[in-house]
Design a protein around this ligand. Structure first.
Ligand SMILES: C[S@@+](CC[C@H](N)C(=O)[O-])C[C@H]1O[C@@H](n2cnc3c(N)ncnc32)[C@H](O)[C@@H]1O
Length: 289
C-alpha cells in the first residue's frame, strides 16, 4: 500500500494555466513515508525490517543505502537511551563550546548529533563539522540539514564532509562528539585517533564519547546482554532479527569495557574521564583535556 502526505499547492500549479486566483489548496499526494521532526526537518520513519526474513548467509553490516533508509528507526529501537543521549549531548556541548571554535560530530550518520548541537549551542562564532565515510549517510544528512538551513537562518553553520575520521586534519575544537562511532574503528587505530582529538581540543573543551560496552565480569556481561535482548524484543524485533543482526555486526563492531575506555583516554592525554549516562550496556562519557 502506498503512503500519502498532505501537500499545499497554489491554485495555479494545480489547475495548469487557468486564470483562476492562486488559492492555496490541500491535496493528498502519494509519497515516501516521512515525519516532521521538532526542528522542522523531514526524517525517514521507514521501519527497520532488514533482518526480518531468514538469510541464507548474513553479510557483514554496512552503513549502506538500505541501512540509511531505516536508520532513525533502527538506532532508536536498538540503542537504549539513544534519544536521551543525543538531546543531552547538545546540552552538555553548550557548557563546553568556546567562542570561534569548531564542534565536531565524528561518524555523524544522518546528523542527529549535529542537529542537537544546533538546537543547544549559542556560543558566538562556532561552526559544526560533521564527518562520515558512508556516501549514502552523507547524502541524506546534507538533505536534512539543507532543509533546516532554509527554515532557520539563526542556526550554527555546518560543513558535512564525506571522509575517514582517521585521515582528518583537525582544526582547534572545543567539542568533539563520537556518538557510537569509535566502536566501528579498528581497535589498533583507536588510541592514535583519540590522541589527535586530544591535541585539537582547546582548554575548557570536551570530548563526548558514547559506546556500547562489554563487561569484564562474565555475569555482569551476560545479564546486561540479556537485558539488551529484552529491550529489543520490547521494541518489536523478533528473535530471528536479533540473531541475524548480531551475526552481521559482530565482525565490524568491537565494544570495549569502561575500564579500557578510561585507560585509553588517559593514555591519549585526557586528564579526567567522567561517565554521565548509562542505560544497560550503553554509556556516554565526558573526557576533559
Ligand atoms: C552508529 S553510527 C553513528 C551514529 C550517529 N553518531 C548518531 O548519533 O546518530 C556510526 C557511523 O560512523 C561512521 N563511520 C564508521 N567508521 C568511520 C570512519 N573511519 N570515518 C568516518 N565515519 C565512520 C559510519 O558510516 C556510521 O554512519
Amino acid at each position: 500500500m502506498g503512503h500519502y502526505c498532505l501537500g499545499v499547492f497554489s491554485g495555479q500549479a494545480l489547475n495548469g494555466l487557468s486564470d483562476r486566483p492562486r488559492i492555496p489548496a490541500l491535496t493528498w499526494l502519494k509519497c515516501r513515508p516521512f515525519k516532521i521532526s521538532i526542528a522542522g526537518t523531514a526524517v525517514s520513519k521507514e521501519p527497520d525490517r532488514i533482518f526480518a526474513q531468514p538469510l541464507a548467509q548474513v553479510p557483514d553490516f554496512a552503513f549502506n543505502e538500505d541501512v540509511v533508509r531505516v536508520f532513525p528507526d533502527m538506532i532508536k529501537r536498538s540503542v537504549p537511551g539513544y534519544p536521551t543521549i543525543v538531546e543531552n549531548l547538545g546540552v552538555l556541548a553548550a557548557q563546553f563550546a568556546q567562542p570561534d571554535s569548531v564542534l565536531y560530530d565524528l561518524g555523524s550518520s544522518l546528523g542527529a548529533v549535529t542537529q542537537a548541537l544546533r538546537r543547544h549551542v549559542r556560543t558566538d562564532g562556532c561552526k559544526v563539522i560533521a564527518v562520515d565515510n558512508s556516501a549514502a549517510m552523507v547524502e541524506r544528512c546534507r538533505e536534512y540539514l539543507n532543509g533546516q538551513n532554509s527554515m532557520f537562518q539563526e542556526l550554527l553553520p555546518v560543513e558535512v564532509i564525506e571522509g575517514d575520521i582517521l585521515a582528518l586534519a583537525f582544526e582547534p575544537a572545543s567539542v568533539v562528539a563520537l556518538n557510537f562511532t569509535l566502536q566501528f574503528i579498528a581497535p589498533e587505530e583507536r588510541l592514535a585517533l583519540l590522541s589527535r582529538i586530544r591535541q585539537s581540543l582547546l582548554p575548557g573543551g570536551a570530548l563526548i564519547l558514547s559506546e556500547k560496552l562489554r563487561f569484564s565480569d562474565p555475569e555482569e556481561h551476560a545479564l546486561l546482554t540479556d537485558l539488551h535482548v529484552a529491550f529489543k524484543r520490547a521494541n518489536g524485533y523478533s528473535d530471528l532479527e536479533i540473531a541475524q543482526k548480531r551475526s552481521a555486526i559482530e565482525n565490524v563492531m568491537k565494544p570495549d569495557s569502561l575500564e579500557e575506555h578510561r585507560e585509553r583516554l588517559l593514555a591519549a592525554g585526557f586528564s579526567k574521564v567522567v561517565p554521565w549516562f548509562q542505560c544497560l550496556n550503553f554509556a556516554s562519557l565526558i573526557a576533559l583535556p
